[in-house]
Design a protein around this ligand. Structure first.
Ligand SMILES: N[C@@H](CCC(=O)N[C@@H](CS)C(=O)NCC(=O)O)C(=O)O
Length: 206
C-alpha cells in the first residue's frame, strides 16, 4: 500500500491525500511534521533529506515534493482523467500546479502562518497586511483565468485543481475581508461539491 508521511493539517500533505481519495486509492498515512516530530530522525531524513512533509513510499519508490507526488499518483492511477493525456491540457494542469507552489503559496503563507499558527501577541501586522494584499492580487490572476473555463486546465477537473484548491480553501477559511473574485468562487463551489475535497481539505484550519 502507498505510504504517505505527514500530518493531515498540512497544505502540502492534503494534496496527495485528496488525490488518493479522488481515485479510491487506499493509503497508509503516518504522522510526521509539526508537533509529531519524526522529520528530524535519521530514518526520516534518509527518505527525505529536506526534513519536510509529505514523503510518499510506493513499494520501495520514495518521492518527496507534494506536486511531484500528485503527478506520479495521478499518472499511475488516473491516466487520461486526472492526469490528462493531451499534452496541452496536461501542460495547463502542470502550470497551475507550479503557480501554486511558486506564486500563490509564497504570497498567502505569511497570512496563514500569522493568523493560524502564531499566538495573537506574536503576530506581525505588517506581514499580515502585505500578504493579504499580495494574495488578493495574485488570486485575481486565477480569477481572470477562470473567466472562460470551469477548471484550471479547461472544462473538467484535473490534477491541476488539487494544489490550487488546497491553498484557496485556506484563503476562504481565514477570518479576513476578501476582494470579490466571482469566477474563483464559482470554481471553488464546484470543488466543494466533491466529497473527496470536503473530507480531506475543507476542515477547520489548524
Ligand atoms: N515544496 C515542498 C514543501 C513542503 C513543506 O514545506 N512542508 C511543510 C508542511 S506544509 C513542512 O514539512 N513543515 C515542517 C513540519 O511540518 O514539521 C512540497 O511541496 O512538498
Amino acid at each position: 500500500m502507498i505510504v504517505i508521511w505527514g500530518r493531515d493539517n498540512s497544505v502540502n500533505v492534503q494534496k496527495p491525500l485528496w488525490l488518493c481519495e479522488e481515485v479510491g486509492l487506499p493509503c497508509d498515512r503516518r504522522e510526521a511534521g509539526g508537533a509529531f516530530g519524526v522529520v528530524d530522525t535519521p530514518e526520516y531524513r534518509a527518505l527525505n533529506p529536506n526534513g519536510l512533509v509529505p514523503t510518499m513510499v510506493d513499494d520501495g519508490f520514495v518521492l518527496w515534493e507534494s506536486n511531484a507526488i500528485v503527478r506520479y499518483l495521478a499518472a499511475v492511477h488516473s491516466e487520461g482523467d486526472l492526469w490528462p493525456l493531451e499534452p496541452r491540457i496536461r501542460a495547463e494542469a502542470d502550470r497551475w500546479m507550479d503557480w501554486q507552489n511558486t506564486t500563490l503559496w509564497p504570497a498567502l503563507r505569511p497570512l496563514f502562518w500569522n493568523l493560524v499558527r502564531t499566538p495573537e501577541a506574536d503576530r506581525d501586522a505588517r506581514e499580515i497586511a502585505a500578504s493579504h494584499a499580495l494574495s488578493g492580487q495574485v488570486l485575481g490572476v486565477l480569477d481572470t483565468h477562470l473567466g472562460d473555463r470551469a477548471f484550471v486546465a479547461g472544462d473538467r477537473f484535473t490534477m491541476g485543481d488539487i494544489p490550487v484548491g488546497c491553498a484557496v480553501w485556506r484563503w476562504l477559511a481565514l477570518p479576513i475581508e476578501r476582494v470579490a473574485l466571482p469566477n474563483l468562487e464559482r470554481w471553488f463551489a464546484a470543488l466543494a461539491a466533491r466529497p473527496a475535497f470536503k473530507r480531506v481539505v475543507m476542515k477547520p484550519l489548524t
